[in-house]
Design a protein around this ligand. Structure first.
Ligand code: ATP
Ligand code: MG
Length: 335
């Protein structure tokens, strides 16, 4: 860093680390919530077995990737042969069974990119999404979970960023802002790019785990217990990292030129991916490469209006951290 650059003109962010850590602790699900989730999964498994006795049930998303807050939903994937039937037909039948078994607000959402059954559990209040054979999501859940085990600052940063995004209304992919999954990838990439690095690039290392899903190979180094202390050379506190994250997305990221890639542990050019022109309706205004489905840009939901909403929120966040008297509260004020 050069002297006098904006990165050095900030105030001492370490002072706010205890406040942010307290927010982080308050977001983590309690033991009680976890056991309620387990009960929900058990009763769900009983219902599923009636309709699809051979299905294998996987949890994915934030209930399994360790980035789940107390408000997160439960995401379930059924791995099964659907025979002549389509996944949609299976889901529609499953929805009937779930209704009969007392689950509430059961709804088959079949028009989405990934068809699901959505429902809520009256006992626990949790909502739950069920999909079929979306094994790429199961694989990326595993990758995220393994990254989270390397350095606790990833969990801290991602919980706070997800909470900020939900509070500020920029965590709604169906309305043109970003999914939780996209935000976690942004956090991982940010920590891969610190100097010294706080996270390695697991896909650039010798693979110890490989799963091929529909011709897409998901391979990475998963012996993360061997990587304990990887980021210890970088002492940045959560206060400093949170500020750095928002500062990066407010004023350093080159939106017109770059793609962030967790797969490569760096940013690459849009040109390299052919994401410069609008192909098949994808706008590529903010580019976040999926680590396994590399043709998939998680930012493709962002349009000309929502990109400015996101960027203005990033700027607000950076400014709050920079100047506000009580950033640990102001950052998360509802919009
Ligand atoms: P939340 O705590 O907000 O529920 P989440 O981690 O469950 O967070 P979701 O956005 O609900 O995040 O996504 C659930 C999972 O679905 C992700 O962890 C990921 O595995 C998968 N997923 C979501 N969106 C995409 C996407 N656009 N492309 C590929 N996989 C996705
Ligand atoms: Mg979820």
């Amino acid at each position: 860093r050069t002297r006098g650059s904006p990165a050095e003109r900030r105030r001492d962010m370490d002072a706010f680390a205890p406040g942010f850590l307290a927010v982080y602790e308050s977001l983590k699900p309690s033991g009680e919530q976890r056991s309620k989730q387990e009960q929900l999964v058990d009763s769900l498994a009983r219902s599923v077995r009636k309709e699809c006795p051979h299905a294998q049930m996987h949890l994915y998303g934030s209930c399994a990737n360790s980035f789940g807050t107390s408000h997160s939903d439960v995401d379930v994937c059924l791995e099964m042969e659907t025979g002549a039937e389509s996944a949609v037909e299976v889901l529609v039948r499953l929805a009937d069974v779930l209704r009969a078994d007392g689950f509430e607000n059961v709804e088959a959402i079949t028009g989405a990119r990934v068809p699901i059954v959505r429902m809520s559990d009256p006992g626990s209040g949790f909502s739950c999404d069920i999909c079929i054979n979306n094994l790429l999501a199961v694989a990326n859940t595993r990758l995220l979970k393994d990254y989270a085990r390397i350095d606790e600052r990833l969990l801290q940063l991602a919980f706070l960023v997800k909470h900020w995004a939900k509070q500020r209304g920029v965590n709604e992919a169906y309305r043109g802002t970003l999914s939780s999954y996209a935000y976690v990838l942004m956090c991982i990439n940010f920590l891969q790019l610190r100097e010294p690095r706080i996270l390695p690039c697991l896909q650039a290392m010798e693979p110890t785990y490989t799963l091929t899903v529909d011709g897409t190979e998901c391979a990475y180094f998963d012996r993360v217990d061997q990587l304990q202390g990887f980021g210890a050379g970088n002492k940045a506190s959560i206060g400093e990292l949170l500020w750095g994250f928002f500062h990066y997305w407010a004023s350093q990221h080159r939106y017109k030129r770059d793609v962030i890639s967790v797969r490569l542990g760096k940013t690459i050019r849009k040109q390299e991916k052919g994401w410069t022109t609008r192909v098949g309706g994808d706008r590529h205004l903010m580019c976040i490469e999926d680590p396994f489905e590399t043709g998939h840009d998680l930012g493709r939901v962002v349009d000309r209006q929502t990109i400015w909403i996101i960027r203005e929120e990033m700027e607000r966040a950076a400014t709050v951290l920079q100047n506000d008297d009580d950033p640990c509260a102001t950052l998360f004020e509802p919009y």
